[in-house]
Design a protein around this ligand. Structure first.
Ligand code: RIB
Length: 315
């Protein structure tokens, strides 16, 4: 495998609204759609659509959502030999609101995702040991995520940890992960600092790096990302071209899946160039509605994204 993901499968229940509702308020939406989502399956689907050999370790419910989800993963060429089905809980769901600027607010009900156990992970040991990069997030039992990071480290497999949804008190996780990916709000939760822009994101990245991981990437939406590796004097800003967003749901997951593919299959590109290309792909996804429905296939992307010429211009 190029990419192995340990994480969640959710059914996204998306309502398009003029603005995000306030507490106690009822507002009228303009459209509803149901689709496949989850911070585990999303990067797996993105990686597979970029042509990477991809496997997912996950848990769905023994219900119609779970059955449909497994079929969809197969259609996306994802190895589901370690996607289980439990009768203990329903498949995870995520009610989502998307406003007219494409911004969202999401509630995740983990359901079956929480039934994925450390034992299930152990059963996938060979798969993890033979992968090039392991991705994980926090929409499953956090103990399983920590074990996955420990396993990757013990096998000398690179790990990419999307610390989402972020909480405090996760310091042990930093020492086991190679690449930590967080957005502005997650950086604020982890550091306790406000992160309204690039300069503050650089300061946050420096502070997070001291907690023990090898690389920190703070994603900043239309402002690109800030990247810092252990040993660097300072964090570097990697910009991204401006686009017109209609739905940003799953853009961070598309970024993580794409970055994993570039790091696993094109190591000669280096980290900053890989971040730039992954952000360009995430920028394409925000221009269409839906989560995985907005993820492109590699053949529909500009060929230069896979070429040898550097796309990130100096300065
Ligand atoms: O990151 C977007 C994802 O968050 C959605 O697909 C939803 O399921 C939640 O996991």
């Amino acid at each position: 495998m190029d990419v192995v993901v340990v994480g969640s499968c959710n059914i996204d229940l998306v309502s398009y609204v003029p603005r995000l509702p306030a507490a106690g308020e009822t507002i009228l939406g303009s459209k509803f759609s149901q689709g496949f989502g989850g911070k585990g399956a999303n990067p797996a689907v993105m990686a597979a659509r970029l042509g990477a050999k991809t496997a997912l370790i996950s848990m769905v419910g023994e219900d119609s959502f779970g059955r449909e989800y497994k079929l969809d993963l197969i259609k996306n060429n994802i190895d589901i030999s370690h996607v289980g089905a439990t009768s203990k809980a329903a498949t995870g769901v995520a009610p989502i609101f998307v406003n007219e600027s494409g911004e969202n607010s999401i509630v995740v009900v983990k359901g079956a995702n929480e039934s994925l156990t450390v034992e299930n992970l152990m059963e996938a040991k060979d798969l993890i040991q033979n992968s090039k990069i392991l991705l994980c997030n926090l929409e499953i039992d956090p103990k399983v995520t920590l074990e996955a990071l420990k396993m990757a480290k013990s096998f000398n497999i690179r790990s990419l940890f999307n610390m989402a949804p972020a909480t405090t008190g996760l310091d042990e996780y930093f020492q086991y992960c190679d690449i930590l990916v967080i957005n502005e709000s997650e950086a604020e939760i982890i550091t306790g600092m406000k992160v309204p822009g690039v300069e503050e994101a650089k300061t946050a990245a420096e502070s997070v790096l001291e907690k023990g991981c090898q690389v920190v990437i703070v994603t900043l939406g239309e402002n690109g990302a800030v990247v810092m590796s252990k040993g660097d004097k300072e964090a570097v800003h990697v910009p991204t071209p401006k686009v017109q967003a209609v739905d940003t749901t799953g853009a961070g997951d598309a970024f993580c899946g794409s970055l994993a593919v570039f790091l696993a299959t094109r190591p000669e590109l280096g980290l900053q160039e890989s971040v730039y290309r992954a952000n360009k792909i995430a920028g394409i996804t925000v221009q269409s509605p839906g989560t995985q429905t907005s993820y492109p296939q590699w053949k529909d992307l500009p060929p230069e994204l896979f070429g040898g010429e550097k796309l990130l211009k100096d300065g």
